[in-house]
Ligand binder design. Structure first.
Ligand code: HEC
Length: 123
C-alpha cells in the first residue's frame, strides 16, 4: 500500500516534469523559429533593396554588376572569405563596391553577411 502510494506520486511527478519539459521545448522551439524567420526575411529584404541592383537577387550579378566586373557572391572565391572580411568589405566598400557603414547598422551588415552565406548554400 505504502509502496504503491510512493510509486504513484513518483509517476505523477514524472508526468508533471515531462509536461513541463515538453512545454519548455515547444516554447523555445517556437521562439527560435520565429527569430530565424524574422532574421532571414529582414535580411532578404535588405539585400533586395541595397545590394540586388548590382549583385542580382540571387547574388550572381545584375547587368549593372556585370558591367562593373562583379564577382558571383555564391562563388568559392567569395564564400571562402571569412565573415570578418565580408563585414569589412560591406562596411568600407572595395573597388566599384560602395561603402555601407553610414547607411546600415552593424546588425544589418551582419545580417547581410548571413544572407551572402545563404545565397552560397543555395547554388
Ligand atoms: C553599385 C553596385 C554595388 C552595390 C549596390 C553593392 N555592391 Fe557589392 N560589389 C560591387 C562590386 C563592383 C564588387 C567587386 C569589388 C572588387 O572586387 O573590386 C562587389 C563585391 C562584393 C563582395 C565580394 C568582395 C570580394 O572581395 O570578392 C561582397 C561580399 C559584396 N560585394 C556584398 C555586397 C552587399 C552585401 C551589398 C549590399 C549591402 C552590396 N555588395 C552592394 C558592387 C556593388
Amino acid at each position: 500500500m505504502r509502496l504503491n502510494k510512493t510509486r504513484n506520486s513518483v509517476v505523477r511527478k514524472c508526468a508533471i516534469l515531462g509536461a513541463l519539459a515538453a512545454a519548455a521545448l515547444a516554447l523555445t522551439g517556437s521562439i527560435l523559429r520565429a527569430d530565424g524567420a524574422h532574421d532571414s526575411a529582414a535580411s532578404a529584404t535588405l539585400f533586395r533593396s541595397k545590394c540586388a541592383m548590382c549583385h542580382g537577387p540571387d547574388g550572381a550579378g545584375s547587368e549593372v554588376g556585370k558591367s562593373l566586373n562583379i564577382p558571383d557572391l555564391r562563388s568559392p572565391a567569395v564564400q571562402k572569405l571569412p565573415n570578418a572580411e565580408l563585414v569589412e568589405i560591406i562596411s568600407n566598400g572595395k573597388g566599384g563596391m560602395p561603402s555601407f557603414k553610414n547607411s546600415l547598422t552593424a546588425e544589418q551588415i551582419h545580417a547581410l553577411v548571413m544572407r551572402v552565406r545563404s545565397l552560397g548554400r543555395k547554388k
